[in-house]
Write a protein that binds this ligand. Structure first.
Ligand SMILES: NC(=O)c1ccc[n+]([C@@H]2O[C@H](COP(=O)([O-])OP(=O)(O)OC[C@H]3O[C@@H](n4cnc5c(N)ncnc54)[C@H](O)[C@@H]3O)[C@@H](O)[C@H]2O)c1
Length: 428
């Protein structure tokens, strides 16, 4: 079997490698020639994927990359893993899916299977993508070619998350589309979870991410409430999670980050309006989570105040720029929001992150582009008025931080592992 995977990012690249390892010949398609060249040279651009793993599959000719979409003519299936962000008005932007549909449509042939993996609202596959594919190919979905949706369940930074062993939900346009999809993923994935339609599969992914967003909002709210009652929310969560049933631990933080949890729930909110439905839990969770960075900034101000200092003029070090521990992905990271809020209040900002040595240019935070991580150095760390832990990478030496820093504001409860630090430590 030969397949094309479109979009060689955090989702498409590991999926390509999994198929290649399973005996499927994979041609990766991307519009970014730098990524294509890197892959063909056996190099990785994603921290947790090692270059030699790519080089191995390239050498075996099981995997190659290209910018030429006419390769679709020679494959049995196309899997689409392109971005689905929100636009400026926080509405779904499915333009990447549409563009991909337009690029592959002229090359579709009878019997081919097209699967969308990008997270999106119910109806994207069987309405929006289907229309573009049928228009550009002159073929009919469900009759001439097969169409399906299967959401990705990637957990970056988790060493136990292996593509092959994560059960995969699949939904087809017709029963025959579902059968084709089973045949495809059955080659590389151990457990398949068929559902009745593309829409049910799309809705499943949204439920998973909404569940996280709402529960994180709940513990963020409880953090503020319990803090006012002088109760440590971390102690409470750790005690509650000993319950062997009916409880799942979620942890508070400085605000939501990444390309999924802050974004995906609003895909449903937008689509629900078409049906005259409100998504109150999603919006309330969004409100609570969005308020977190400001809450943290107030805690930094209180900590400085205890040292007779103001935020204005203080030197503040942000620890952790990526949105979650042990990854190099800084998309939608709340650390940028914290840096902006503190800078607006007159603080002098630096950051330390072993995974992000320099800030890449981004659409959302162009003013931080080129800023470099400081070095991990005793004199440097002790020169800051406060250190704010936004993301707690395992590679950071928190014992040294506790010994070197004057004041630490900890949003991740990571300093609890340091006995008797000389720094003043505040939870936020
Ligand atoms: N990263 C995750 O952990 C994760 C988990 C589950 C679901 N998802 C979803 O998967 C989808 C992809 O996410 P990602 O994190 O892999 O994104 P990414 O930004 O890492 O990768 C997307 C890739 O698509 C390419 N691309 C963009 N437009 C293209 C086009 N028209 N044709 C071909 N290639 C194009 C980009 O160059 C990039 O290489 C999104 O819908 C996301 O919400 C991501």
């Amino acid at each position: 079997m030969k397949i094309a995977i479109v979009g060689l990012g955090y989702v498409g690249l590991p999926l390509s490698l999994q198929f290649a390892r399973s005996g499927v010949t994979v041609i990766g398609l991307d519009i970014d020639p730098e990524k294509v060249n890197a892959i063909n040279a056996g190099k990785s651009y994603i921290k947790h994927i090692e270059g030699p793993v790519i080089a191995d599959q390239i050498a075996k000719k099981a995997f190659s990359a290209s910018t030429d979409f006419s390769n679709v003519r020679n494959v049995d299936a196309v899997v689409i893993c392109v971005p689905t962000p929100l636009n400026k008005n926080r509405e779904p932007d499915i333009s990447y899916i549409i563009k991909t549909g337009e690029s592959i449509a002229p090359h579709l042939h009878k019997g081919i299977l097209v699967v969308l993996e990008s997270t999106t609202y119910p109806g994207t596959t069987d309405e929006d993508l289907r229309k573009v594919l049928e228009k550009g190919s002159g073929l009919k979905a469900g009759t001439d070619f097969h169409l399906a949706f299967s959401p990705e369940r990637e957990d970056p930074g988790n060493p136990h998350s292996v593509v092959a062993t994560i059960p995969k939900v699949i939904g087809g346009l017709t029963p025959a589309c579902l059968e084709k999809t089973k045949e495809l993923y059955g080659k590389a994935i151990t457990t398949l979870v068929p559902v009745s339609s593309c829409r049910a599969a799309e809705a499943t992914k949204l439920l998973e991410n909404i569940f996280r967003g709402v529960n994180i909002a709940l513990v963020n709210e409880l953090k503020v409430v319990y803090d006012a009652m002088v109760i440590d929310v971390w102690e409470v969560i750790n005690a509650a999670k000993t319950k062997p049933f009916g409880f799942m631990a979620f942890y508070p933080g400085p605000g939501l980050g990444g390309h999924c949890i802050p974004i995906d729930p609003f895909y449903l909110t937008w689509k629900a309006r078409e049906y005259g439905q409100n998504t109150r839990f999603i919006e309330l969770a969004g409100e609570v989570n969005t308020a977190m960075p400001l809450h943290v900034v107030h805690r930094v101000a209180e900590a400085l105040n205890n040292d007779k200092k103001s935020v204005k003029g203080s030197k503040i070090l942000l620890l952790g720029l990526s949105y979650k521990a042990n990854v190099d992905d800084d998309r939608e990271s709340p650390t940028y929001v914290l840096m902006d809020l503190l800078k607006e209040r007159g603080a002098e900002i630096s950051y330390y992150d072993p995974f992000v040595p320099v800030v890449r240019p981004t659409r959302e935070h162009p003013h931080w582009a080129g800023t470099k991580s400081i070095a991990w150095d005793k004199n440097l760390i002790s020169s800051f008025d406060a250190v704010l832990i936004a993301t707690a990478h395992d590679a950071v030496n928190y014992k040294e931080l506790g010994a070197w820093a004057k004041t630490v504001v900890d949003t991740r409860n990571v300093m609890h592992q340091v006995p008797n630090p000389t720094a003043k430590v505040y939870k936020a």
